[in-house]
Ligand binder design. Structure first.
Ligand code: ADP
Length: 455
């Protein structure tokens, strides 16, 4: 049996050796899920909801233990891990109610017949998740998968296998045998799960992996929901509240050490206010210190892995070579752990690699533009991605007008992009395929089935 090391990114030390799910074990897990699914789907939603809700209460009770493991395995601040968990457990039942609304049948009538449209589950759903929100991302996938009556086999990221196993233990304690399976391992196990006897793949991760999954799923015409990366712009017009825009740029470029799919990755600032804005950004970013996620008074933990840090380092040094100006940070510190300081780059070219490819690191990248609305829209849209975007302007109507023209799933105007609860989370263009969340998102785990009878 083979295994892989689970590394603490703050020290580089091995926390545990994790056994990789073998092909035979994976087949058995998927078979058990298939066998359990029909009875699970036959329960009334209220019964499934009660079991999932009990799982949510268990998670709330064990929040501290889960958060501790999150910090050890992927490095984020323990306070942030606790917030991630509370963000889910506080609104858990409302989320389950939303799944219930997604399942409500619809009745249509013609002269001679009545049609009842019910929402059927798809069967077995593979949930493949990343490490950056190791609690939130799995919940976002397996709750609607299970809630709508599917069985689910969950593969957490190889960077957070113990968090994945604990989440699985917490929820499967409430669920019928076989309904919720677990697989451990990296990309090969993910690929084997895609190939297995599953009906749908629900995935959150990189665009490159999303493309591989789509290709691989085509043979069986398996259903897909893919939530992928982004290269989110923040547009700062000359009439913007610069203080608020700088706060948004810094917080949302550096939060979670920049490892957020909807991080602010490109900032375009109007020439007329660029100098003042740069000064505000530098001042704020200086306060973002780094250290162990367990330490008091730090704002960022390490990056998740040595590879991730190398990638950030390569993009930053490439930008500097191409003519960007280093305002803050930008040097890999000596010592153990995969730390990288809060970094601010100015005069970054729109055509630099750091402006084109996802960075996923703690870098505020500043590019100047004329201040013209057309140019802002063009720059924002000049990317294959379409996840989020942010616009700051003193003219709210202009902000909304620009927001409507940006080809992305969610746009914040004079605030960061977070939508009100119940909104879907959408990756437009190459940031996703299908989408999650809200009644419409939950329905992607189902198929509408019409049953018609004479009246
Ligand atoms: P990230 O590095 O942001 O987590 P990845 O796309 O590399 O993004 O990984 C997301 C998830 O996809 C992880 O659980 C990973 O193990 C899994 N994965 C990686 N490669 C494949 C693949 N070819 N097929 C299926 N799953 C994969």
């Amino acid at each position: 049996m083979s295994s892989f090391p689970d590394i603490d990114p703050a020290t580089g030390a091995t926390i545990a050796e994790i056994e990789i799910t073998t092909p035979a074990e994976l087949r058995a897990t998927v078979r058990a899920a298939r066998a359990a699914q029909e009875a699970w789907a036959a329960l009334a939603y209220a019964e499934r909801r009660a079991l999932l809700s009990a799982g949510g209460r268990r998670l709330a009770q064990r929040a501290d233990e889960v958060a501790e493991l999150v910090t050890r395995e992927m490095g984020k601040l323990k306070a942030d891990a606790l917030r991630e968990i509370a963000g889910w457990t506080d609104g858990f039942d409302e989320f389950l109610d939303e799944i219930g609304r997604a399942l409500e049948p619809e009745v249509l009538r013609a002269k001679d017949r009545e049609t009842r449209i019910e929402r059927d589950p798809l069967g077995v759903v593979a949930a493949i998740t990343p490490w950056n929100f190791p609690v939130g991302m799995p919940l976002e996938l397996f709750l609607p998968a299970l809630g709508t009556g599917n069985a689910c086999v969950f593969k957490p990221s190889e960077h957070v296998p113990l968090v994945g196993a604990l989440l699985h233990e917490i929820f499967s304690a409430e669920l019928p045998e076989g309904v919720f399976g677990l697989a451990q391992g990296a990309g090969e196990v993910g690929a084997a799960l895609v190939d297995a006897d599953v009906d749908m793949i629900a995935f959150v991760g990189s665009r490159e992996t999303g493309m591989k999954i789509m290709e691989r799923a085509s043979g069986g015409l398996k259903r897909l929901v893919l939530e992928l990366g982004g290269k989110d712009p923040l547009l700062v017009f000359a009439d913007a509240d610069l203080e608020a825009a700088a706060e948004c740029a810094v917080r949302h470029a550096l939060r979670n050490t920049g490892q957020v799919c909807c991080s602010v990755e490109r900032v375009y600032v109007a020439e007329a206010v660029a100098e003042r804005f740069e000064h505000l950004v530098a001042e704020k970013a200086r306060a973002w210190t780094y250290g162990s996620g367990f330490a008091e008074g730090v704002q960022m933990g390490p990056l998740v892995s040595a590879e991730q840090r190398d990638k950030v380092e390569r993009q930053v040094s490439g930008a500097l070579k191409s003519g960007a100006r280093l305002v803050l940070g930008g040097r890999v510190p000596a010592g153990a752990g995969f730390f990288y300081p809060a970094t601010v780059l100015a005069d970054v070219g729109h055509d630099f690699e750091i402006t084109r490819r996802e960075t996923f690191g703690p870098v505020v990248s500043l590019t100047r533009f004329s201040g013209d609305e057309e140019e802002a829209v063009r720059l924002a849209n000049d990317t294959p991605y379409g996840l989020g975007a942010n616009v700051y302007t003193g003219d709210l109507e202009r902000g909304k007008r620009v927001a409507r023209r940006i080809r992305s799933g969610q746009v914040g105007v004079n605030r960061y992009l977070g939508s009100a609860p119940g909104s879907p989370w959408v990756g437009a263009r190459q940031s996703g395929f299908g989408f999650l969340g809200g009644v419409e998102g939950h329905r992607q785990f189902t198929l509408p089935k019409s049953i018609s009878y004479p009246t």
